[in-house]
Design a protein around this ligand. Sequence first.
Ligand SMILES: Cc1cc2nc3c(=O)[nH]c(=O)nc-3n(C[C@H](O)[C@H](O)[C@H](O)COP(=O)(O)OP(=O)(O)OC[C@H]3O[C@@H](n4cnc5c(N)ncnc54)[C@H](O)[C@@H]3O)c2cc1C
Ligand code: FES
Length: 235
Amino acid sequence: MTDVVVRQMSFSTDRSLLLLTVDWRAAARPGQFAMLKVGDWPVVPRPFSICAQDREAGTTSFLIRRRGLLWDQLLRLQPGATVQIKGPLGNGFPELPAPLLVGGGCGVAPLLFVAATRPVAGFYAGVASAAEQAFLAPLLPAGTVVTVKPQFVTDAFLASRSAGPVFACGPSSMLRVLANRYRGGPIWVSLEERMACGEGLCKGCPVRRREGSVALVCSDGPVFPEGEVSWTWQD
Ligand SMILES: Cc1cc2nc3c(=O)[nH]c(=O)nc-3n(C[C@H](O)[C@H](O)[C@H](O)COP(=O)(O)OP(=O)(O)OC[C@H]3O[C@@H](n4cnc5c(N)ncnc54)[C@H](O)[C@@H]3O)c2cc1C
Ligand code: FES
């Protein structure tokens, strides 16, 4: 892990989302992630998708939802403090032009990075509250369709009758709905699993492929063609 300096922290008004910007000049592809840790607790770092990079300023940003043990540590930080980071890790999304993007919750994070690197055919973002919607508005490209809980982002996306390749990231329930109901083109999903090493060493993040073999979300993914994933293996 490398020490990097916190440049900026901004919170949604309900303090459920944090945009954390650090001085880290890493050549990352959209869909890749980094392992983050603050001091010595929690002992195991946590994975976060790379949300944005500013090459000129030499910074990388992460969109972090209030959840888990790391959150309390993050709240104690101020700009100028250091966090530990390892990455960029994982495979990232394919280099397809003009994908459709469907994200739920902090699953929006890697899709923001996709949208910063190429034109997209559509962006559908599901958020938990009006406060989150207001916080994300300046980060989302013009024309993004935003749904607020209890509306489902998948309903808005499927109702649009869009067709074309889809990049999706969010809770597995959301990814399953897309896998079951979207017939307009291929889908790539970015999966979430508990991780410890983030680089294929601990074997702690397995997912079953449909053909029976086991893949590691950190090093074989986190992005998989939807058809490769066995959605029932953890049921
Ligand atoms: C590829 C990827 C990208 C992600 N991107 C984002 C993002 O952009 N934004 C975002 O907000 N979240 C993202 N997440 C999710 C994020 O890493 C976790 O939700 C967050 O760190 C909270 O951790 P937790 O749920 O493990 O909660 P914790 O409270 O930290 O853990 C809950 C319980 O799980 C146990 N646990 C946690 N990790 C492990 C482990 N490795 N081994 C064993 N036990 C463990 C803990 O001990 C505890 O008992 C991403 C996850 C992945 C895999
Ligand atoms: S997190 Fe260690 S193998 Fe995936």
